[in-house]
Design a protein around this ligand. Structure first.
Ligand SMILES: [Fe+2]
Length: 283
């Protein structure tokens, strides 16, 4: 299956107004809120769709991008052959996501996935409200998500054997692996962490420069936005980042300098700590 990247995510939040302020603080551009608050980081109509929810804060869906209609048809056929139920979105539902075609499927943990093709672009120039110089997206997708997975082995099998993700590396902090997966040159677009309940741990946005990260970190301090983990550098994707606590309780990793991998020479390794330095929890 030809998944090319994490196109977008939808999140359920109990306080959309807090997210309006929070999204701006991360340098994201608000682009209307007819079908949910749309937050942009590039030419796409949104990368994060913030939806109002009565009692749930977390991931609503993850949108994975395929290159064209033909590959989406092939994906539907492959999913059917694997005995996995899919649902085809109506024209209206596609319009809401600003895409030309979309099928829905659930992963083994019940996470709602949207496989889509044909994003409909927003040619209004992206201008960061806080002056972030730009975000690394394009062929690398919007960033990555890290999910808590109660059915880790089944989930890894689903993402690699059915959806075609490739292993990047493992981390084994206890008895079980944390598994990092890629679907383009970005070191990981998805990581799965063994846990009792499914959850979104964090999503990651990659800014273009270290200064973007530094200024954004300063804005957090000035506005007293809680920091979950201090500035640090990851061992596997070499991202220099900090973790911001969102109004919804899960984190947003804000970083720069993420590793791009070369599929032709990559071999899977196991890391023994997640960060070279930093990424400390506050006292
Ligand atoms: Fe991350």
């Amino acid at each position: 299956m030809d998944i090319r990247g994490l196109g977008y995510i939808g999140i359920d939040v109990t306080d959309v107004e807090e997210w309006r302020t929070y999204g701006e603080r991360l340098g994201m551009m608000e682009a209307g809120d007819d079908t949910g608050l749309r937050l942009r980081i590039d030419e796409r109509p949104f990368r994060v769709l913030v939806g109002a929810s009565e009692g749930h804060d977390g991931l609503a869906f993850a949108g994975w991008e395929l290159p064209d209609a033909r590959s989406l048809e092939c994906a539907a056929t492959e999913l059917a052959a694997a005995g996995i139920t899919t649902e085809t979105a109506t024209t209206n539902e596609c319009n809401e996501r600003c895409v030309r075609g979309l099928i829905r499927v659930k992963d083994p943990d019940g996470v709602a996935l949207e496989l889509f093709h044909g994003p409909i672009l927003d040619h209004e120039p992206f201008v960061s409200p806080t002056g972030v110089s730009g975000f690394v997206a394009g062929a690398h997708g919007m960033g990555h998500i890290v999910l808590a997975s109660p059915n880790l082995a089944q989930s890894v099998a689903f993402y690699t054997e059915v959806l075609g993700f490739r292993l990047s590396d493992y981390w084994r902090p206890g008895d079980d692996d944390v598994v990092f997966l890629h679907c383009n040159q970005r070191h990981h677009s998805l990581a799965l962490v063994p846990a009792d309940e499914p959850a979104l741990y964090h999503f990651m946005l990659e800014a273009c420069t270290l200064d973007d990260v530094g200024y954004t970190l300063d804005r957090h301090h000035e506005a007293n936005v809680p920091i979950s983990m201090s500035l640090g550098k990851h061992t596997n994707d070499q991202m220099v980042s900090f973790y911001s606590r969102s109004p919804s309780g899960f984190d947003v990793e804000f970083g720069c300098g993420g590793l791009l991998i070369d599929e032709s020479t990559w071999t899977v390794t196991q890391i023994t700590k997640p960060s070279f330095w930093g990424h400390r929890q506050p006292e």
